[in-house]
Design a protein around this ligand. Structure first.
Ligand code: XMP
Ligand code: MG
Length: 183
């Protein structure tokens, strides 16, 4: 896809790169204050959270650990089913660890709800969630997000790690995907 084709697939930029970075800096200051003196393990959810993880982790002082999980939701289409399968598990033992799950987006909330339940059985000292985006109008279960970037409308978004059929992940801004692309 060339630049013009990509632009034709997007209806509007919802959150700019500058707004994302400003927000992550703000969240990082809160996280640093809340975990002062503690060792923090960031758990990124592949693949969407790659950009959030990379930028948030580099905002955080001092040192943090990073690990990754890949999960996949059973069922077809763009809707999450809530039945989740672990595709790649953590390498880290969570016993006694302070864990911060790093996610790109909370849509129905089903994936994070499941993930939280799964990680809670592993003996962590604490588990919290940081999500860049949330669609409040799409919620099927309430998920307690301690560190939230932006609430957005219930539309399909891409960029900054978020994909449609593995495209657009490397866009710097977050944009609304034009319905003609997926309908
Ligand atoms: P749930 O519904 O379980 O969904 O909260 C979580 C996962 O679904 C993906 N997702 C999106 N991906 N644009 C995307 O590129 C979107 O608007 C969108 N909504 C949900 C995403 O992987 C998220 O972790
Ligand atoms: Mg994701």
């Amino acid at each position: 896809m060339d630049a013009r084709e990509i632009e034709a697939d997007l209806t509007e930029v919802l959150v700019t790169e500058a707004e994302i970075h400003a927000k992550l800096a703000e969240l990082a200051r809160r996280i640093e204050a809340d975990y002062e003196g503690e060792d923090l393990l960031l758990v990124g959810v592949l693949k969407g959270a790659v950009m959030v993880m990379a930028d948030l982790a580099r905002e955080l002082r001092p040192h943090v650990n990073m690990d990754w999980m890949a999960v996949s939701s059973y069922g077809a289409g763009t809707q999450s089913s809530g039945v989740v399968r672990i595709v790649k598990d953590l390498d880290t033992d969570l016993t006694g660890r302070h864990v911060l799950i790093v996610e790109d987006i909370i849509d129905s909330g089903l994936t994070l709800h499941w993930l939280l339940g799964n990680l809670e059985s592993r003996g962590a000292a604490s588990i919290e969630i940081c999500a860049l985006l949330r669609k409040p109008d799409a919620a099927k279960v309430e998920v307690d997000v301690k560190y939230l970037g932006f609430d957005i409308p219930n539309q399909f978004v891409v960029g900054y790690g978020l994909d449609y059929a593995e495209h657009y992940r490397n866009l710097r801004d977050i944009a609304i995907l034009a319905p003609h692309v997926y309908s």
